[in-house]
Design a protein around this ligand. Structure first.
Ligand code: PLP
Length: 395
């Protein structure tokens, strides 16, 4: 055998997005790029904002001596200070640069946090529908995932269901708002209710239970909404995020984790996280990107463009009879599958050159995901194909 049995089985269990991507490539070869409507990947087609290229040029023309060397494993002080300043606006206690660790994307930050806190066999609650990598990340560090459904109609937090799942082995709950795949934003009252419940369980079980708030879509909120900050709602909370989506830089692997200044033993937590960033082999987040994002903490891609794409698809699909929650942010829609079997529905859509991911890929059979971070032109041209899909699905 070449690779481990475990990795082999992980590859098989996580194959949906990859499979659809490969089939899309085949369809494009047969029908041509402009005839295939690929809604499978959360890979923004937008370019980074102009300010990113301006900073990049400025740095290239005026390189700072030593800027490509090894550094403190937590990252550059100036970058962490810039991040801390922005986070402080949503935190009852000011966040300091010492409470921030720069990471290789949100995925890197999640792995660092999980390695920092998990003892073997401890449980991490994930909320269905969920970003599928959570399961693998938790497993990477010897943890066990426990799946709890959000409300099946609204995809909002079901605090009572989370409470029922907490036991003596629970170490963390991962929340993700705006959510991948549903686009739902959790309101402040829900996060406060979560925080109150967790504090009560921590007392009862005499252990820290962390809320890990995975927020790469936090700046992609529509209709003038603000995504509530977790630090004001949950004491033992950590933000993990990146600039993969808000600055359209997923390939650059730049993100960070930040601990709530109010957290128990916050200094020890950060010391652990810095160590884990090092020994996971990341060592530190990419130096050049740290220099750039330090200057871009108040810059984002054009959110209006995503909102317009949401509106085009949401309005067209609901008029056709598809049933879905209107997303408050991010760049995904997660409609109910009109066929009971979501995989069969995805196959049906594929016949009309529309590529989707079945809900089964997010722990939520019976739904399907549309990633609309693609060119508006492709979205508009796909509408006729959606009409045919709706007809064939009996809507
Ligand atoms: N968390 C969620 C919910 C995501 O959707 C993604 C990426 O799609 C990530 C984390 C990972 O982000 P990054 O590319 O910054 O590692």
């Amino acid at each position: 055998m070449t690779i481990s049995v475990k990795v082999m089985s992980c590859i098989e269990r996580s194959s949906w997005i990859r499979k659809m991507f490969e089939e899309g490539a085949l369809l494009r070869k047969i029908h041509g790029d402009d005839k295939v409507f690929d809604f499978t990947l959360g890979n923004p087609s937008m370019e980074p904002p102009a300010a990113f290229h301006e900073e990049l040029l400025r740095l290239a023309q005026n390189p700072e001596p030593g800027m490509h060397r090894y550094m403190n494993n937590a990252g550059y002080e100036e970058t962490r200070a810039a991040v801390a300043e922005v986070l402080s606006a949503h935190s009852p206690l000011p966040v300091t640069a010492d409470q921030v660790v720069m990471t290789c994307g949100a995925g890197g930050a999640l792995n660092v946090v999980l390695k920092t806190i998990l003892n073997p066999g401890e449980e991490v609650i994930i909320l269905a529908p969920f970003f599928v990598e959570y399961k693998f990340y938790v497993d990477n560090h010897g943890g066990v995932t426990k799946e709890v459904w959000t409300d099946r109609e609204t995809f909002q937090l079901d605090v009572a269901a989370i409470e029922a799942a907490i036991g003596p082995n629970t170490r963390a709950v991962i929340v993700n708002s705006p959510n991948n795949p549903t686009g739902v934003i959790y309101p402040r009252e829900s996060l406060l209710a979560l925080g109150e419940m967790i504090a009560r369980k921590e007392k009862e079980l005499e252990r820290n239970i962390y809320v890990i708030s995975d927020e790469p879509y936090a700046r992609l909120a529509f209709d003038g909404q603000e995504v509530p900050g977790i630090f004001a709602c949950v004491k033992n909370s950590v933000v993990v995020t990146s600039h993969s989506k808000d600055l359209a830089l997923p390939g650059e692997r730049i993100g960070y984790l930040a601990a709530n200044p109010a957290m128990n033993n916050v200094g020890q937590f950060i010391e652990g996280a810095i160590f884990c960033n090092r020994v996971l082999g990341f060592v530190n987040a990419p130096a050049l990107m740290q220099k750039l994002v330090a200057k871009l903490q108040r810059v984002s891609v054009d959110i209006g463009e995503y909102q317009e794409k949401r509106d085009i698809l949401y309005n067209h699909l609901t008029a056709l009879g598809f049933n879905m929650v209107k997303p408050g942010g991010g760049f995904y829609l997660f409609p109910r599958s009109p066929l009971e079997d979501d995989v069969a529905f995805v196959r049906l859509a594929q016949k009309h050159n529309i590529l989707l991911v079945p809900g089964a890929g997010f722990g939520a059979p019976g739904y399907f995901r549309i990633a609309y971070c693609i060119d508006g032109d492709i979205i508009r041209r796909s509408l006729g194909a959606w009409d045919l899909v709706a007809r064939d699905a009996g809507l």
